[in-house]
Design a protein around this ligand. Structure first.
Ligand code: UD1
Length: 417
């Protein structure tokens, strides 16, 4: 087990470069399965989740070359349609590999995916959509076998705008016969990034970024080069790190429009924000103000920043209220914040944070990716020492997290085997 030891209290200052998006990279890596050709990807972050996805592609038969920021995937000789169970269980987003394998080979075998413990996270919407596309789906003791002779486009109405289900349907239908329309589709920027990458390969996808996406099946896709979008969640995390330490930080390599709900909330909390072309300069106030947050599908406030903001608000003046509408179990981190002296009560979807003037150091534990990063945010504000255990969760989604924070003046050390 690895841990961070953080001596908090330093105001963060300087510039930080944001890496490529984790949540866009995973379906985009999966999309390389579809063309049976060479895909060159740029700006893929070197984090645990992208490494596992590439590992699975290798096992399926892809040839992968990585050099100086470029990943080249040759999917010509894929000779397996089964995703290994141990890797499948490491993270939830492996489920989008199923759509890509189905799209190309019309058959896939996989087990229920794993991932962070932030709720039940079923995949019923994915499987219902596959069935609607004429795919036979057999579920047996946690294993799933999907098979069909051909995939035929149709209208699919999602009960909820699931990000993963929208991506899976796109991946499964770009090579289908006829036209597929996804209604109540997720509108997240990562969906647009996936559609842009597939379009470069020759796919015909219209309306990505809106709630109705039309996919006109094509016979074949070709190789392509694509640069993955910046990680808006990593950007939000560094903005909060600056805010909570009354720092002054320039956050580079971002897409401002993807961060609008986040910027509004930081301004409401008293931060001064200057927006450049592809950067934000943030100045945290001496004392943050309490705010209210409701997580919603995009363009609402992102659930992936709920925990990060929750940690930031523990030191704000007044009482903040958070309503988590996307995942039912995304408040585990609050009990760790309480160990640091925060005053938080959780009831169902709602967390009430009574801002405390001072939180103090202690030993705490990460339970999931963003919850772990949230503890780092809180520890940066503590005038004292905090030890955060189980930081392997954080490595799943943040590239060089501690080095980037160190570059801004944080006193953070990684320890453990
Ligand atoms: C993606 C993101 C994750 C983010 C989430 C919501 C990736 C790799 N992960 O996850 O970081 O927090 O979007 O923005 O991109 N649901 C069902 N049945 C399904 C599918 C989803 O009930 O078949 C529920 C989930 O349990 C959850 C909600 O719908 O409560 C949202 O899930 P979804 O949008 O699918 O999130 P993910 O794609 O898993």
């Amino acid at each position: 087990m690895k841990s961070y030891i953080i001596q908090g209290g330093n105001a963060l200052n300087g510039e930080v470069n944001i890496s490529g998006s984790k949540n866009a990279s995973l379906p985009i890596i999966a999309s390389s399965i579809l063309n049976g050709d060479i895909t060159r990807l740029y700006n893929v972050p070197k984090i645990h989740d992208t490494q596992i996805t590439l590992e699975i592609l290798k096992i399926l038969g892809c040839k992968i070359r990585v050099n100086s920021g470029k990943i080249e995937i040759n999917s010509k000789n894929i000779n397996k349609i089964e995703i290994p169970e141990d890797l499948m269980r490491q993270m939830r987003s492996t489920v989008v590999l199923a759509g890509a394998i189905l799209g190309r080979f019309k058959e896939v075998k996989f087990s229920y995916p794993g991932g962070c413990e932030i709720g039940a996270r079923p995949i019923d919407l994915h499987l219902a959509a596959f069935r609607k596309l004429g795919i036979e789906v057999e579920e047996n003791c946690g294993f799933i076998h999907c098979k069909c002779d051909k995939i035929v486009g149709t209208n699919i109405n999602l009960d909820f705008p699931s990000v993963g289900a929208t991506e899976n349907i796109i991946l499964a239908t770009v090579l289908a016969e006829g036209t597929t329309v996804i209604n109540n589709a997720a509108m997240e920027p990562e969906i647009v990034d996936l559609a842009n990458c597939l379009t470069k390969m020759g796919a015909k996808i219209y309306g990505a970024g809106t709630n109705s996406i039309k996919i006109i099946g094509v016979e074949k896709l070709k190789g392509a080069g694509y640069k993955v979008m910046p990680d808006r969640i990593e950007a939000g995390t560094f903005l909060c790190a600056a805010a909570v330490t009354s720092g002054n930080v320039k956050v580079n390599n971002i897409v401002i429009s993807d961060l609008i709900p986040v910027i509004h909330k930081l301004e409401e909390a008293g931060c001064k924000i200057y927006e450049g072309k592809n950067y934000i300069q943030i100045r945290g106030p001496k004392k943050l103000k309490a705010i209210e947050i409701k997580t919603m599908p995009y363009p609402g406030f992102p659930t992936d920043l709920q925990q990060i903001f929750g940690a930031m608000l523990t030191t704000a003046k007044g009482t903040s209220v958070i309503i988590e509408n996307i995942f039912e179990n995304r408040y585990k981190y609050t009990s760790e914040l309480v160990r640091l002296g925060a005053k938080i009560t959780v009831e169902g979807k709602m967390a009430v944070i009574e801002g405390k003037r001072k939180i103090t150091g202690a030993t705490v534990k990460s339970y999931d990716l963003r919850g772990g990063a949230a503890l780092v945010i809180a520890a940066l504000a503590v005038k004292g020492k905090t030890k955060i255990d189980n930081i392997e969760y954080i490595f799943r989604g943040y590239e060089n997290f501690d080095q980037k924070l160190k570059g801004l003046g944080a006193n953070i050390k990684k320890v453990g085997d």
